[in-house]
Design a binder for this molecule. Structure first.
Ligand code: 9MJ
Length: 707
């Protein structure tokens, strides 16, 4: 860096084209130094030398604002503070990972992968182990970075996996995130990874906060979340967040590698930071070795990890395996054991959940465990309390892992005081006084008060207004408590009957916010059937089941009719095939079907549905749009690696009227098979299903099937 010594202020007077040439040169140098410092951890200049270059560029840009570019190293903190983050819909959902907690669960994962790929069981010779990529599992926040023509144009949080928040300006302040990719990036590349707070910086931050008399962060994850949530990027810029890339999202024009390992190598070539702790391992034994090695290194790592992740290396195999609900079948997070600490059980209270479930909650002498102070923990249910022989006054072991609710793991009877008391289930609900009942064979006791119980009503309403349900903004915990206490609301229907005048009398409710809340209710009336079904809070009906029901039945009426004709009569109870209509829905088994049948035959619930309709709740009831085209009426399955992403190929087929399904059966018309196609190809050949290569598919898309 010999030129820096000669910087002088007269340079600012040079002609524009000279200035342009120099800014280009400075940016290239600064990008290179940033990359060496933040990504490769191998700087070749001192901080002072870097600063000189940086200041020269700043001065030139100040003198020639027309030369400023968004990817200039001076523009990391360019954005102004915002009032709120905009929503971003992820083009490909950001999935979460299933967890494994033991060596056995890791082996089960490997077995499911082998079965899914049609491989013989591990240990049956001749069989090679499946190759996995093993990665440390950073305890931070997952983000998505979109690069267009190599430029960082958008960064977003994971959010609920479908919709996140646009935090581009905050992510731009993270030095390890390149503003411009190196090498020859494709026109579109989405990079996913984890933003985290390095431990040394976290300790420094907390020491500073403490010195200033401010509240400290409980753990690095919260510190990272706090920094990313700042509406003013200048504050984020003052927090030294870090980033590692670990997954590919959408891309266009990228020659798709065959292996995840190669994706990570490509990332590095693009200048993205990839952890050097990532390794390729063979089968469950290789994964287990990696787990043990990481566990041993955990305490000396410069960042927090809460486990390791194993991912199938072969990308075609991943497509073959697909996902269940929101998690891929081809990966698993193997978590480190939860941290434990000893404390005293001061008392047991009973909480009433949305479905009336009575949960014993431990009130504890506060204790620091798993990165947080814990004073309440779940005891799950009374069977568990009895099994663990936990008594009030006992010394107990509390366990906490990551985001999981803390639990009382066991008691220490050897330390039991003479006045320890046995925990008894209350006969009446502590909130509404209705009898508490426990059905035969069920571990859970329930309050029988239904929506007459304030606790059930409160939890039910919170669920109803939730973001993934009716999405009614402004209806928080406190507002709902007040609405119930003042008897303004005794059912979800009442939420739609409130007017601004009634709301304005409540605490912390100015006229304008009262109107906003009323407007949110009005807006929420137009919804979708899956959201509405989920909002009803039927036991065991989560979001994905609600979606499956809506897809299958299309209308609420059809669902109700099916549930009612499936409702168990004494005669049907005897038969093995109970709930045939409901169980025809993918993912609905006998237990969920029983809940549905019960819910939709209860007259109170049918009244509730009628009332919700009467206050104006609407959703469209249309079967998925049928597109007419050359492939109408034909069913396709896609497998293997194709020149375009599976989504893109699927979109082409659907645009031509074809229908996509996930697995090959006798009803499949065509299997589109790319390279490295596996068990689906074998099955198609066995069933005599027509197999198309890429060129044959393109021809078919143009001409339709030749009859
Ligand atoms: C973490 N947290 O370190 C994934 N993760 O991959 C790693 N998370 C992930 N991979 C797909 N290393 C979804 C999440």
């Amino acid at each position: 860096m010999s030129s820096i010594g000669r910087v002088n202020i007269q340079r600012l007077d040079v002609r524009l084209d000279e200035a342009r040439a120099r800014t280009d040169q400075l940016r290239a140098q600064l990008h290179e130094h940033n990359h060496r410092y933040y990504v490769l951890d191998d700087p070749t200049v001192s901080d002072a030398e870097y600063d000189l270059l940086f200041r020269e560029l700043q001065a030139l840009e100040a003198a020639h604002p027309e030369l400023l570019t968004a990817d200039s190293p001076t523009q990391r903190v360019g954005g102004a503070a915002v009032k709120a983050f905009a929503e971003v819909r992820h083009r490909l959902p950001m999935q979460s990972l299933n967890n494994a907690f033991s060596e056995q669960e890791l082996r089960d994962f490997d077995r499911r992968v082998r079965e899914g790929l049609g491989l013989p069981a591990s240990g049956d010779l001749p069989s090679a182990e499946v190759e996995y990529v093993a990665e440390p599992k950073l305890d931070g926040l997952a983000v998505s970075l979109i690069y267009e023509q190599g430029l960082l144009v958008r960064g977003a949080t994971r959010g609920d996996g479908t919709t996140g928040e646009d935090i581009t300006e905050n992510l731009r302040t993270i030095r390890r995130i390149p503003l411009r990719l190196r090498g020859e990036p494709p026109p579109l590349l989405e990079v996913r990874g984890e933003v985290y707070y390095p431990l040394a910086d976290f300790r420094r931050l907390n020491a500073e906060m403490e010195a200033k008399g401010q509240k400290t962060f409980v753990n690095p994850r919260n510190a990272a979340a706090g920094a990313l949530r700042q509406l003013d990027p200048k504050i984020t810029a003052g927090r030294p967040l870090a980033f590692y890339a670990y997954a590919l999202g959408v891309s266009e024009g990228l020659t798709l590698p065959r292996q995840h390992w190669q994706v990570l190598q490509q990332f590095q070539a693009f200048g993205l930071p990839v952890s050097d702790l990532i390794e390729r391992v063979a089968g469950a034994p290789g994964c287990w070795q990696y787990y043990l090695a990481m566990q041993a290194r955990r305490a000396s790592l410069p960042f927090d990890i809460d486990g390791v992740v194993y991912k199938l290396n072969d990308l075609a195999g991943r497509e073959e395996l697909g996902s269940v609900s929101r998690a891929p079948r081809w990966a698993v997070a193997h978590k480190f054991p939860a941290e434990e600490a000893e404390t005293v059980l001061l008392d047991v209270e009973f909480q009433i959940g949305r479905t009336g479930a009575v949960t014993p909650v431990a009130r504890l002498k506060p204790v620091f465990v798993g990165g947080a102070t814990v004073s309440n923990a779940t005891l799950h249910n009374l069977d568990e309390v009895a099994r663990k022989d936990v008594r009030i006054g006992d010394a107990v072991i509390v366990r906490r892992a990551g985001d999981v609710i803390p639990e009382v793991a066991r008691s220490l009877p050897e330390k039991r005081p003479a006045d320890a008391r046995v925990v008894v289930l209350p006969a009446q609900c502590p909130v509404c006084g209705s009898p508490v009942a426990r059905e035969e064979g069920e571990a859970v006791a329930r309050c029988t008060g239904g929506l007459t119980c304030r606790a059930q009503l409160h939890a039910g309403l919170l669920h109803f207004v939730g973001r993934r349900a009716m999405d009614m903004e402004g209806y928080g915990e406190k507002l709902i408590t007040q609405l119930i206490e003042r008897k303004l609301v005794s059912s979800p229907v009442d939420l739609f009957k409130l007017d601004a005048a009634a709301l304005a009398g409540l605490e912390r409710m100015a006229e304008k916010s009262a109107q906003n809340v009323v407007d949110a209710a009005t807006k929420a009336k137009a919804t979708t059937l899956p959201r509405f079904l989920f909002a009803l809070g039927i036991r065991d009906v989560g979001e994905s089941t609600a979606e499956a029901l809506a897809r299958h039945f299309v209308s609420l009426k059809a669902l109700i009719e099916a549930a009612q004709s499936d409702a168990p009569t004494a005669e049907a109870e005897k038969k093995k095939d109970r709930f045939p209509l409901l169980q025809a829905v993918p993912d609905v088994g006998p237990e969920v079907a029983a809940q549905l049948a019960r819910w939709f035959t209860d007259p109170h619930h049918l009244d509730l549905l009628a009332e919700l309709r009467a206050v104006g709740i609407e959703w469209s009831e249309q079967a998925a749009v049928v597109i007419e085209g050359p492939l109408s009426g034909k069913t396709f399955v896609i497998t293997g690696t194709l020149p375009e992403s599976r989504d893109a190929v699927g979109a082409r087929i659907e645009a031509a009227g074809g229908k996509l399904t996930g697995s090959v059966s006798a009803k499949t018309d065509f299997l589109v098979a790319g390279e490295a196609a596996g068990s689906k190809l074998a099955k198609a050949e066995k069933l005599g299903v027509a197999v198309l290569g890429w060129d044959a598919l393109l021809q078919l898309l143009e001409q339709g099937p030749q009859l």
